[in-house]
Design a protein around this ligand. Structure first.
Ligand SMILES: [Zn+2]
Length: 373
């Protein structure tokens, strides 16, 4: 049985550890010690060195007690977004909320805690199980870098359950978007804004013209696009010779993501041509999307586990990426499980205790189903 008090205590213990991206060593030490106590073999890789962080991913493995069980992997990420300084929380009516000054960090400490509690109960109750791998990743929040530097070939599992979704609780992600980033560098021409503006070419005006012609926001059920930042210019009284714009497009259909960044590129070029500016465009794939068949093993196990844990099983498409995108891109079937947190990445983040308990119970059911029970 999931021990609610122990689970909540452990969640709060993990959430209280400050672990913004590249500073996950402290929480990694805690998790490593806990996994070792449960008899896992634990190692860390060198992903942290590659991105200037203070620890690598944690990779843990425990041999199965059921010989022909499906080997499975649980995963969650150790880093959080900020602000996290002077972290605190409020508890009312069974809901843990951020104190309004910082994030709560349930994304993804709730995932870490749910997995750890399920493994603890597995040990405590002597529940028969197959081989279990645990990957606690670093640097998810800045672009899935822990997963990108993970040696996926070394993993032995047949499928992975990534505990890194919000709502719906226990929701099983069957598809996630392809994500392309676009950066436009616009080169205009300096001139004095009051004396000879006609000799200048305003790079900011070029960007504005291009952006005003772009299709942005929600484009259809599975496709979105955004211009996120624009910087440029040197002074109020100088026609801006340079500006740069960052944007992105996502779609669960690859060709739609591609078509959208192309459309954005064309609008930058058209506006630059019209106004006599030059534009350099850089398009970089941030991560690949995926689609899991409904009858795939990973989806079937997760859906059945949700039902057994008292959660109405729901499959859905995600609007964002996660470590599961990287795993799936390597042919490693991985789904994201909803842990139930709301408003992640904000100071209004919250988590219902009953949801945390159910998501942990679901992890325990995943272990049982994979072992054939
Ligand atoms: Zn997350």
């Amino acid at each position: 049985m999931i021990n609610k008090d122990r689970l909540v205590k452990n969640f709060l213990r993990l959430a209280a550890v400050n672990s913004p991206t590249r500073h996950e060593a402290k929480i990694a030490d805690i998790l490593e010690a806990d996994l070792l106590k449960m008899g896992f073999e634990v190692c860390r890789d060198d992903a942290g060195e590659k991105i200037g962080g203070d620890t690598g991913n944690i990779i843990a493995r425990k041999k199965g007690t059921v010989p022909d069980a499906t080997p499975i992997m649980f995963s969650a990420h150790m880093d959080t977004v900020e602000p996290t300084d002077n972290w605190g929380y409020k508890l009312s009516d069974g809901v843990i909320k951020s104190n309004g000054e910082t994030i709560l960090g349930a994304d993804d400490k709730a995932g870490l805690a749910a997995i750890m509690e399920a493994l603890t109960v597995m040990e405590e109750d002597g529940i028969p199980h197959g081989c279990i791998e645990v990957v606690f990743s670093i640097a998810e929040e800045i672009g899935l870098y822990g997963a990108k530097y993970l040696d996926i070939k070394k993993l032995q599992s047949g499928c992975a359950f990534v505990y890194d979704g919000g709502l719906p609780l226990g929701g099983v992600t069957i598809s996630a978007p392809y994500h392309d980033n676009i950066k436009a560098r616009i080169y205009g021409k300096n001139a004095h804004a009051g004396i000879n503006p006609e000799e200048g070419v305003n790079a900011i005006a070029v960007a504005s013209k291009a952006i005003s012609r772009m299709k942005l926001g929600r484009l259809d059920e599975e496709t979105t696009a955004n211009i996120g930042t624009i910087t440029g210019g040197t002074a109020r009284n100088v026609v801006a010779a340079y500006c740069e714009v960052f944007g992105e497009a996502r779609s669960r259909t690859e060709s739609k993501a591609k078509a959208q960044v192309q459309h954005m590129e064309e609008e930058f070029k058209r506006a630059a041509d019209e106004m006599g500016a030059r534009v350099d465009i850089e398009i970089v794939r941030s991560y690949d999307g995926y689609k899991l068949p409904l009858d795939s093993q990973v989806v079937q196990i997760a859906v059945e586990a949700a039902g057994r844990a008292g959660i109405e099983p729901k499959t859905h498409g995600a609007g964002g990426g996660s470590d599961a995108n990287v795993l799936n891109a390597h042919g490693f079937p991985a789904t994201v499980i909803g842990v139930g947190y709301t408003n992640p990445h904000s100071v209004d983040e919250s988590l219902e205790i009953e949801d945390l308990v159910k998501s942990s119970a679901m992890a325990l059911e995943i272990i049982k189903i994979a072992s054939g029970r």
